[in-house]
Design a protein around this ligand. Structure first.
Ligand code: SPV
Ligand code: MN
Length: 610
């Protein structure tokens, strides 16, 4: 048995509730050693991980981690929200009763860390000193050392964060046990993996993975699922899978802030890290706050404020290059300490590569291993076309490494939110941007957010896979209650943000080309929105919101095929009327507040008149 008290004493971990939690789980998991870590331990732990072969060196003090080949993404089917109230059951949250879930996980975790070290990671999901601090502290226990190095990049890690709590019992209890990955039956009827947020006990128990959000419990388990639940239970805040960016007008000195929810593969990471287009760069500067999570609340002056609770970026590597995301490229250069997961790795030169990093993969395959660790040079003819990197391969780096990180990204007071945008991926119907001034219609727009099914076979042609607020896998309680909580929080603001829906993905129906260039030019649509909010432009009202006129958008340096701009700035009423039927079915699943249905009926009636 480990002498837990002695270890905690030596680490200066004094919070009695944390001590009790650590001792309890050390006993259950049967860990051979316990070690308390802080961000200062990063270099030593990296070296230990290298020595043990858990990480491999990448040139320029960077690192490579390869996960088990059946453990390469967040598993939605195996992720549940457990509480003691069945009224928390939603359509998408995989609700389970707390007691049985904790019992199952306790059984699976019993003895499962035998022979391993259990690392104790005291962390904060917020800038220190924020008004939401009571919900930001957590302690993750993990039996996987590279998870510690990742957590040190993604969260603020220090024992002081949990020693000095005003309520010492108020921290999230997070336990991560890797399990015997080759024996877990991933994807079969006997799948033993289980990732549970026991939300009303503020306890997170994840068993059966060492990958990403399954294992870094500060991120989506605490930062989204638990915080979403806490936000409503306290009535104080919203926790959303949103980017957060700033746009500084160098002429006036004012910085505007935008948060945004996008279903996966709709350009969220690239937008969050974008720069102003060259033609506008003299006047506007875009700054980065966060690519994945924002917490929002109403301040004493009635303004909506937000911060990113994370300290780092866990970004998709695929297609990251100087053209798509120069900020990301800069943030993972030699010297950044970045950790790459499941990209291709050269065991001789210690380089990394992924699809889209460069136009073609390296010509000389000598030393190159694919994401599974298999030599590219040994591939059979039939395997030649297989990707080198896993499509969900990632880089982990701290926000401080991002070249255009906002100077105040770490400010505990957060920033005032001027606009809330939702953006799907839609080949027709959705214009470039439509502004929504009514709060209920804005929340309604978020609840009907979605992206086109990637393959026609996944659904009806033209029908979306709905992903309400881009929170489908993270909403911790019933969707109707969630919409009501949004109405309450945003409705309490005396100066609410403006809402908008954006779409960078309209295509020409004949040859399929994108009508809008996208990437850095997307900033032009946001600039119009901020001018519209300020009353500097009026736009053109439609049934589904206000759309810019071509003259109101700053399009300096852009070119369009004939008719494309008109199409980007108009709506197809017939397609919209079809969409309204799909929306009605989608929304009927939830126990929605009447205000959301009224918004739906208003939009439907306006479309019928159009
Ligand atoms: C996502 O999948 O939405 C992520 C990555 O942000 S993970 O943390 O693995 O969920
Ligand atoms: Mn995410």
């Amino acid at each position: 048995m480990v002498d837990v008290d002695k270890v905690l004493d030596e680490a200066g971990l004094t919070n009695p509730h944390v001590r009790e939690f650590v001792a309890y789980w050390a006993g259950i998991t049967g860990a051979a050693r316990v070690e308390v870590v802080s961000a200062d331990d990063d270099a030593r732990l990296l070296q230990e991980s290298l020595d043990a072969g858990e990480l491999l060196p990448v040139d320029g003090d960077r690192y490579y981690s390869r996960s088990y080949f059946k453990d390469t993404a967040r598993s939605e089917e195996r992720t549940v929200v457990a509480t003691s109230k069945e009224s928390d059951k939603g359509v998408y949250n995989n609700w389970k009763p707390a007691e049985a879930t904790v019992a199952t996980l306790t059984e699976r975790m019993t003895g499962a860390s035998a022979g391993k070290t259990m690392y104790v990671i005291p962390y904060l999901m917020a800038p220190a000193g924020s008004p939401l601090e009571a919900w930001a502290a957590g302690v993750e226990l993990t039996d996987c050392r590279p998870v510690v190095n990742q957590m040190i990049r993604m969260a603020r890690v220090d024992v002081d964060h949990i020693n000095n709590l005003s309520d010492p019992s108020s921290f999230v209890r997070a336990v991560h046990v890797t399990g015997d990955l080759p024996k877990l039956g991933q994807g079969t009827d006997q799948d033993e993996r289980l990732f549970a947020t026991v939300a009303d006990e503020r306890t997170i128990l994840h068993y059966g993975s060492s990958y990403g959000g399954n294992a870094l419990l500060g991120k989506i388990a605490h930062g989204l699922r638990q915080a979403c639940y806490d936000g409503r239970a306290s009535g104080k805040f919203l926790a959303e899978q949103f980017l957060l960016l700033g746009i500084k007008d160098k002429e006036t000195g004012k910085t505007f802030h935008v948060v945004g929810g996008f279903p996966s593969a709709s350009g969220k990471t690239n937008l969050s890290m974008t720069l102003a287009p060259d033609e506008l760069g003299d006047r506007f500067e875009v700054t980065f706050y966060g690519d994945d999570i924002a917490w929002l609340w109403v301040d004493d002056e009635g303004k909506i404020r937000a911060f990113n609770p994370e300290n780092g970026v866990f970004g998709v590597a695929k297609d990251t290059n100087e053209a798509t995301n120069p900020g990301a490229v800069q943030s993972i250069l030699p010297g950044s300490g970045a950790i790459f997961t499941n990209v291709a790795y050269n065991e001789k030169t210690h380089e990394v590569w992924w699809e889209g990093k460069t136009k073609h993969h390296p010509d000389d395959t000598d030393g190159w291993l694919d994401w599974k660790g298999e030599p590219i040079a040994d591939r059979s003819l039939g395997e030649q076309g297989d990707p080198w990197a896993h499509p969900n391969s990632r880089f982990t780096t701290t926000i401080a490494n991002v070249p255009n990180a906002a100077p105040d990204f770490d400010d505990p007071a957060g920033v005032v939110v001027d606009a809330i945008i939702f953006g799907g991926r839609t080949r027709d119907r959705e214009p470039l941007i439509r502004a929504i001034t009514d709060i209920a219609e804005g929340v309604y727009d978020g609840m009907t957010l979605g992206a086109e099914a990637t393959f026609a076979a996944e659904g009806v042609e033209g029908q979306l896979r709905y992903d309400p607020m881009s929170m489908r896998p993270f909403m911790a309680y019933e969707e109707g209650d969630y919409a009501q909580h949004w109405l309450d929080i945003i409705g309490a603001a005396t100066e609410p943000p403006i809402f908008a829906h954006v779409n960078w993905f309209q295509r020409d129906p004949q040859d399929g080309h994108f009508l809008w260039n996208g990437y850095r030019d997307n900033v032009r649509a946001l600039l119009w929105l901020l001018r519209f909010k300020a009353g500097e432009v009026t736009g053109r009202p439609t049934a589904v919101g206000v759309i810019p006129t071509a003259e109101e958008l700053n399009l300096d340096g852009m070119r369009f095929h004939d008719g494309d701009l008109e199409k980007l700035l108009s709506i197809d009423a017939d397609r919209w009327r079809q969409e309204m039927k799909f929306r009605e079915e989608h929304l009927s699943q939830f126990n929605l507040p009447e205000a959301i249905w009224e918004a739906h009926r208003r939009v439907a009636a306006a479309l019928d008149e159009a």
